[in-house]
Design a protein around this ligand. Structure first.
Ligand SMILES: O=C(CO)COP(=O)(O)O
Length: 126
């Protein structure tokens, strides 16, 4: 059954997320990908065949929108590459998104290596 997956990255990590998605394009193809606005644009440019829907940009409420979807049980996995070296104006929203993903035990990965392990562990074959 197709899943809804959240794919989000901070600016300097967007190329890494787009590359990760390209490497897994075949496995991601059947699933609905929900992205914050800028991430979704970069992802779709690099992977035009993927099924990408966007919410608002993270600093403008997009992280909160995805958090709301998680609370409603509408997201089955999240790949989020945060920038570990840059402060974020909307840090409280980022923390809230991570917290709500933990509350609902949504499988999450925060780096390419762990995202690879989620896929290898069968996330996309459920
Ligand atoms: O800020 C973000 C995640 O915290 C992502 O938002 P954008 O994809 O719009 O850059």
């Amino acid at each position: 059954m197709p899943l809804t997956l959240a794919l989000v990255a901070h600016d300097r990590m967007k190329p890494a997320l787009a590359e990760w998605a390209a490497r897994h394009a075949e496995e991601l193809a059947p699933h609905a990908l929900i992205c914050t606005a800028t991430t979704g644009g970069v992802l779709q440019d690099r992977n035009p065949d993927l099924n990408v829907t966007t919410v608002k940009s993270g600093p403008l409420g997009g992280d909160q929108q995805i958090g709301g979807m998680i609370a409603e049980g509408r997201v089955q996995g999240m790949i989020f590459f945060p920038d570990p070296l840059a402060p974020q104006a909307h840090d409280v929203d980022v923390k809230a998104l991570l917290r709500i993903a933990l509350v609902y035990d949504v499988p999450c990965a925060f780096s390419p290596a762990t995202a690879d392990l989620l896929v290898a562990g069968g996330l996309l074959r459920r």
